[in-house]
Design a protein around this ligand. Sequence first.
Ligand SMILES: NC(=O)c1ccc[n+]([C@@H]2O[C@H](COP(=O)([O-])OP(=O)(O)OC[C@H]3O[C@@H](n4cnc5c(N)ncnc54)[C@H](OP(=O)(O)O)[C@@H]3O)[C@@H](O)[C@H]2O)c1
Length: 327
Amino acid sequence: MNSEKVICPCRKVTKGDLIKAVEQGAESFKEVKKLTKVASACGKCKKEAKKITEGLLREREEKEGLQKSKVSRQDGCACEGESVKKTVVITGATDGIGRALALLLAKDYHLALCGRNENKMQELLRELEETNPTGHFFGRCFDITKDEKRHEFCETVTAEFETVDIVVNNAGANTKKDRVTDIAPEDLRYMFELNCVSALGIIQEFYPVMLRQKQQREHGKDHRNAGLFINILSTCCLYHTPMTGSYSATKHAMEALSKILLKEVKNEGIGVCSVYPGGTDTNFRAAPNPEYLRPETVAKMIKACMETEEGCIHDIVIRPPVEDNIP
Ligand SMILES: NC(=O)c1ccc[n+]([C@@H]2O[C@H](COP(=O)([O-])OP(=O)(O)OC[C@H]3O[C@@H](n4cnc5c(N)ncnc54)[C@H](OP(=O)(O)O)[C@@H]3O)[C@@H](O)[C@H]2O)c1
């Protein structure tokens, strides 16, 4: 409708008059009536003016709501009651527990994922987009033990997403199984690079990002947690099993880093959770074992840790009933 067009035969009021009144800040039709000639218009005109005014007020409200949500996203803010999604980084997302977690989070979080196998990543991204066509999903494949590649990934994620809220250090493997007396130093070194050094590298990349977000939020008087690191360890940290020397040594080392980090960053508003899964039926294992945990079950525990209403869950231990390796 042309804004100069009169809205009824009495010719007293135009749509332009109503728009002007709403732009001046009128909050209701009553106020619009005061600011225009609606009060002295005919009944038909008043009725039409009311309808148009209500539409204009609704439009203004929606626009303001949108702007408010844009500002809070720039601040990295996810204030209570606002539906701003958090970003979760998951390493080792192309298979097993990481993959199950990505699929579980697809509806409610932005996801930055990495793995090694490009085909598996493309398949996962397709599934995620099918699950949530409006989600923000990002995936990269590289060998996580390579410092430069890891750094590049973290930099790209930081640039691509408005915030980095939760980081799940999940990539890992147990590919070097020997008696302690037979462990080759290069095998032990590789296990350390994969299960410990790369996870430490990821923490060191995203820690300053979380701190920066915290400062921005405090500036906006938002004192929520700055971030959360979730480190996937293993029940091998709690029980010593022959032939797992290299793997166990690296997971024990990662456990120490995880626990010490928890104490060091607690007062900076950053949470740390150590997750100890028992046998889980994934490609991590040489053969399938239906008596082991399903990766989806472990993923649910990790999601619960992300969504605790208060405080921070420090440890999650979960074993399949078939295991007796309880210390
Ligand atoms: N399954 C168990 O029984 C069990 C028990 C306790 C703890 N855990 C821990 O749980 C975590 C996940 O294991 P999972 O059972 O889900 O294993 P999985 O099914 O074998 O998945 C491992 C993931 O890590 C990625 N990955 C492995 N090496 C990598 C490398 N060099 N660079 C980049 N990505 C790499 C894999 O990528 P690609 O698939 O693309 O190669 C895959 O996405 C691991 O930290 C493991 O130690 C597992």
